[in-house]
Design a protein around this ligand. Structure first.
Ligand SMILES: C[S@@+](CC[C@H](N)C(=O)[O-])C[C@H]1O[C@@H](n2cnc3c(N)ncnc32)[C@H](O)[C@@H]1O
Length: 287
């Protein structure tokens, strides 16, 4: 498998960018809504006391947990100082004393003691972890979970299936770009390449009761999600242009034209788009 990686910075977006933070604020809200709440597929929610949200971004999921479950102490970690400062400020203004946030790099050993958490949650690490970082990352998650603790990983199957030819072409370039840059377990660079391997990874790491749950987020022209989906695509593909050109194999001119056409096609009254993603949940065995 090709791998054109050149540096160790593992997030494909700029984690300190205000535009990226605004994109994540909307995306987090949409994802949680489409998942039907914060703890879908999580057994025995009443027993949760200490929960960790990995790569928490601006803290949307973490703060929703803290608000809905005052008995739970929920921590969020992220590599971005900008995201963490924003999340801490929101916890303070909402007086959520059971939420805390800190800067941490999830490609390194995590600064938590063994068995510290009842649940570890992570969403959309496909563009944050290179494929060879997944195994050590899962080992760290397992170490910091207590016996019987729950690991839930949510990753996309696609980045939106649409009837916009430009958006479809950009998706294809992105899958290929990620794959060639060292992300994704795709066989050929033609898919996100995450959800097919995660259940096996969890079973290999000893998890029990591994379950799958799929979701769909409809952001077609006639839905309330359209505007957020449009802004997400605008901000994401603007940032991703260098990756699409370098690892995706397209020319700058082609990518710029696709970007313009994507914005026009997404304004069509027949524009249709569904984003699919899946949670894989497992239970760490009792000691
Ligand atoms: C992985 S997504 C998570 C989105 C969000 N948690 C959600 O639920 O939709 C984006 C976040 O990952 C963070 N991130 C990327 N690489 C990271 C790393 N190596 N360690 C910690 N956080 C990282 C980025 O700073 C960004 O805030």
């Amino acid at each position: 498998m090709e791998d054109e990686r050149e540096n160790t910075n593992s997030y494909v977006f700029d984690p300190e960018s205000a535009a990226e933070m605004a994109r994540l604020i909307n995306q987090e809200r949409q994802l949680t809504q489409a998942m039907g709440g914060v703890f879908t597929e999580v057994p025995n929610v009443a027993e949760l006391r200490n929960v960790l949200d990995v790569a928490c971004g601006p803290g949307g999921w973490t703060l929703d947990v803290a608000f809905a479950y005052p008995q739970i102490e929920v921590a969020g970690i992220d590599i971005s100082r900008t995201m963490i400062d924003y999340a801490n400020a929101r916890a303070r203004t909402q007086q959520l004393t059971n939420a805390s946030f800190g800067v941490m790099d999830i490609t390194q050993p995590l600064d938590f003691s063994d068995g510290a958490f009842d649940m570890v949650n992570a969403r959309f690490l496909f563009a944050a972890l290179h494929r060879d970082a997944w195994e050590p990352f899962l080992q760290e998650c397992t170490r910091i979970l207590r016996p019987g603790g729950i690991l839930r990983l949510t990753e996309p199957l696609d980045i939106g299936l649409s009837n916009s030819p430009a958006l479809e072409r950009l998706s294809t370039l992105l899958y290929r770009g990620l794959w060639r840059a060292g992300y994704s377990f795709s066989a050929d660079g033609n898919s996100v390449g995450m959800t097919q391997v995660l259940p096996r990874f969890l079973r290999k790491a000893g998890y029990e009761q591994v379950s799958l749950r799929g979701y769909g987020l409809d952001s077609s022209a006639d839905t309330d999600n359209w505007a957020d989906g449009y802004r997400n695509a605008q901000v994401a593909y603007q940032q991703l242009m260098p990756l699409l050109i370098k690892a995706g194999g397209a020319s700058q001119e082609e990518v710029e034209q696709l970007y313009q056409r994507m914005q026009i096609e997404m304004h069509d009254s027949n524009y249709s788009c569904i984003w699919h993603y899946e949670s894989v949940t497992g239970r760490k065995p009792d000691a």
